[in-house]
Each structure stands twice: as C-alpha cells, then as structure tokens.
Ligand binder design. Structure first.
Ligand SMILES: Cc1cc2nc3c(=O)[nH]c(=O)nc-3n(C[C@H](O)[C@H](O)[C@H](O)COP(=O)(O)OP(=O)(O)OC[C@H]3O[C@@H](n4cnc5c(N)ncnc54)[C@H](O)[C@@H]3O)c2cc1C
Length: 305
C-alpha cells in the first residue's frame, strides 16, 4: 500500500503535521526513534499556553490527541534511507522493511554537539544550556559562564548581557580572541578566561564552579555554550535537498524543499529553533502537502482546474 505521507520524526514539527494531515483524512505514518533534541530538558519555555511544561508531557498530549485520527499511526522505527522512485518515495527502515508514500516530510531535527567536559553531562538541561531564548530568563542576573572553543562565543556572550551583567567567556585553551574581540567584550563589561577547563563541579545538576586545568576555580551558577550541531538524519541529503552554509536544509514557501514532494519542517530547516516554530512549520508543511495531494487527485479525476 502506498501511504499518502510518511512523516519522519515525532517532535513538535512531526506531531503537528500529523495532526493537520489526520484532520485531512490522509493515510499517514509517523516514524520516531524516540531521540528528541531536548531530551535532557525537564522544562520547556516560550511555547504559548504551555510555558514551563515538561517537553515529554507536551509530546504525550500531542500523541494522545492524535489517537482519534484513525488514518494516522505512529511507529517506533528508524528510517535509514529514502529515495525517489518514479512517482512515489521509498523509505527503508532499520529492520529492512520498505515503505512507499506519495509525499515525505522530514521532521528529523538536529543533534547538538555537546562539549566534552567532565561533569557537564549531569548539568546539561538543568544549569548548562545552549539557547538564551529557552533558558535565559531563568538565568537572569546570575553569574554566567559562556563556553566556546571558537570566536562564536563572543557573540553569544554579548547577546547574554540582556539577561545578566556578570558574564565570563571561557575559551578552553583553544579559541584565539583578536584585539577586536577583546575590545568588544571589554566594551560590554564581559571578562574572559583562556585556560583549559578540567571539569565542572556542582550538586544535583546545579553548576557551582568551573575548575581550570591549573587548579584555579571560577564560581558560576549557569553556563551557556556554543558548540555547533548537525542534522538529525541523512535522509534530506540522500534525497538531494540543498543546504544552507550553516547546514540547515533549504526550504521555501510552506517548507517545500528543492525536491518536489519532499518537505522539511522544524529545527532541521530553519535557524529559529524553538518548539513553537517547529510546530508551526509542521502545520504549514501539512497544509501544503494536502493541497498538493488534492491537486493531483483532481487532475486524475479529470478536473481541468
Ligand atoms: C536542552 C534543550 C532545551 C531546549 N529548551 C527549549 C525551550 O525551552 N523552548 C523551546 O521552544 N525550545 C527548546 N529547545 C529546542 C527544541 O527542543 C527544538 O526546537 C524542538 O524540539 C524542535 O522540534 P523538531 O520536531 O524539529 O525536532 P525534535 O524535537 O528534535 O524531534 C526530532 C524527531 O525526529 C526523529 N528522528 C530523527 N531521525 C530519525 C530517523 N532516521 N528515523 C525516524 N525518526 C527520526 C526523532 O526520534 C524525533 O522524534 C531546547 C533544546 C534543547 C537541546
């Protein structure tokens, strides 16, 4: 059986698309590896009417609300390959099954590159973050560290002055700051430490201090980092989509990519990486997919319009 749509990904983008497509009575399969970008986070901010919700609870509500739509199913399975055949797409799953669909929506998100520092893992999502829009307000007026091994940390540190005036940029013995960078930091009252970091110390996920390799410490309550990210899946590349210089999939109107029939929504495609934006993009893609399917069906039915 050829499905109308395979949605790869069940974060806010994929679940939102599935809801709209289910309401359009489309036969939809949502694939999910249960690897969500914000898995380390217990509290999601900035989602209208859901500020402060546990992100897993948001997904569970969305899955529950999909239950009445009997043409939509969600399966825990990894899509390992996708290719275009003549008029349909073929998606291969990790267990070897091959599925076919008329349109494909990739909502596979991104994977953050997390700095490899002893002690960081247990603090990630609790007092170590990457996004000021997600966690800046809760960190307001706190002593902040900004971690980056590249000069990108300068921009992040300056941006964070909206939330705190007590900021130290730490470059972990790697990034070379130019005179211009230093002048900019000084102008904004930001200090910097160039030494290598040995570990983070704290209790129950709460950062208390950074310990440098030479043994010196820096008392801090919150750390933001800038370390890059990569696509959550290789499917867009396999399908021949084009990418921005920063590694996001290029999409145009309604989240359509350069490949007809392939749509990409959520973090995988845009630079504003917020859950509510991902959900909105999923809805937009679903709208476009349904419109395109209707046109095809009308053409087949001999409707010349
Ligand atoms: C620590 C942290 C805190 C955050 N806090 C906030 C916040 O407070 N507010 C906010 O708005 N945003 C926050 N974000 C950002 C938010 O998590 C993302 O914007 C949002 O999750 C993007 O949704 P998405 O649907 O694009 O991707 P995701 O939620 O990452 O979902 C990706 C989906 O794709 C699936 N997948 C990937 N590859 C495959 C494959 N090959 N086969 C099958 N399935 C696949 C995954 O299993 C998953 O279901 C935070 C992010 C992090 C890391």
């Amino acid at each position: 059986m050829t499905l109308d749509v395979i949605v790869v990904g069940a974060g806010p983008a994929g679940l939102s698309a599935a809801l709209i497509l289910g309401r359009c009575r489309r036969r939809v399969l949502v694939l999910d590896t249960n690897r969500y970008r914000n898995a380390a986070s217990r509290v999601m901010h900035g989602f209208l009417s859901r500020d402060g919700i546990d992100p897993e609870q948001l997904r569970q509500i969305a899955r529950d609300q999909l239950a009445p739509y009997d043409t939509v199913s969600i399966e825990r399975a990894e899509a390992t390959q996708a290719r275009r055949l003549d008029r349909v797409f073929e998606v291969t799953l990790a267990d070897g099954r091959q599925l076919r669909c008329r349109k494909i929506l990739l909502a596979t998100g991104v994977v953050d590159l997390i700095p490899q520092i002893e002690g960081l893992d247990e603090m990630y999502g609790l007092s170590v973050f990457h996004c000021p829009y997600c966690d800046g307000w809760e960190s307001r007026d706190q002593p902040l560290a900004v971690y980056s091994r590249t000069s990108n940390g300068v921009g992040l540190a300056v941006e964070l002055t909206v939330w705190s005036r007590d900021i130290v940029l730490c470059t972990d013995g790697v990034a070379k700051l130019t005179d211009k960078h230093r002048a900019r930091l000084t102008h904004h009252g930001i200090s910097w430490r160039a030494e290598k970091i040995a570990r983070l110390e704290g209790k129950e996920g709460q950062l208390e201090r950074l310990v440098f390799a030479a043994g010196e410490t820096l008392e801090r309550r919150v750390m933001f980092f800038s370390a890059g990210q990569r696509q959550g899946a290789a499917l867009a590349r396999q399908l021949g989509c084009t990418f921005t210089r920063k590694g996001a999939v290029c999409t145009g109107e309604y989240e359509a990519t350069s490949i007809p029939g392939v749509y990409v929504a959520g973090d995988a495609s845009k630079l504003v990486q917020l859950a509510i934006v991902a959900a909105a993009e999923g809805a937009q893609a679903a709208f476009a997919i349904n419109t395109s399917l209707i046109k095809e069906e009308l053409r087949q039915a001999g409707d010349g319009q």
